[in-house]
Design a protein around this ligand. Sequence first.
Ligand SMILES: [Zn+2]
Ligand SMILES: [Zn+2]
Length: 293
Amino acid sequence: MEKYIEAFVQAFIGSLNWTWKSILFDVPWYSNFFWGLILISLVVWGFEIMFPWRKKQNIFRKDFWLDGFYMFFNFFVFSIIISGFYKVIGLLFNDFGVTIKSISLVDITQFPNFLQLLMFFIVLDFVQWFTHVLLHKYEFLWRFHQVHHSVKEMGFAAHLRYHWMENIFYKPLKTVAVMLLGGFEPEQAFIVHFVAIAIGHLNHANIKLSWGPLKYVFNNPVMHLYHHAKALPSDRSKGVNFGISLSVWDYIFKTNYIPESSGAIALGWKGDEGFPKSFFGQLLIGFKQNIKG
Ligand SMILES: [Zn+2]
Ligand SMILES: [Zn+2]
């Protein structure tokens, strides 16, 4: 038992220290997600200001600061809090003989760096696409995912407005994906993480961008806006355009839907009028509804 408590505390303190050192520029630049996130946010926000899609939308749109808060909460505060729990879960699996390499299918180290990163990116994106479909399909998961869909005016920071439980829902399949690929992240995995943050920010930005013919590969603001549409086609009431970084899964599995591209559509879901508007209200609502059944 002592071993677990010690590991828990160490992981917690380690994660807290790392974040603090990142704020002070005391970590390698390429692993500084604190300032990296701020830089990507400023660049994408700059694009929104210079080339707005919905011209009447304010630069400080509705819930701008709420979403800004979510961004830091989900990326840093939550990661610090959860780090100890993940460490202990990893140790428990180890004790039962399951290691991160137990189900490894391929040894990706035999491939060139670029290919390793590409495989890592594609496999991770697919499992996240699949998890996202589940978040819409099952009522229990959807109640938490509603936080992300409660955005009424779309802008880059809406990317990271989501309930912290989503981190937990995404974790199992992401871990399995890493395990299948040999149980470790490629050395330059930070590139994949930064690219994913940038694409996610763009997908939510107030910019009309659809990548031309590359729209069949990459998710984009036009496609993702319809993921947030309040009015869904009657035969696809559980949602459309589930893509995270890549749109290709939606085209393969026929969940793509882009009826027009004016950008002027109502966002949310049918019956969202009473949904809490504050951070703490949104934090609790998923659990409350579940208790009530
Ligand atoms: Zn969704
Ligand atoms: Zn979204």
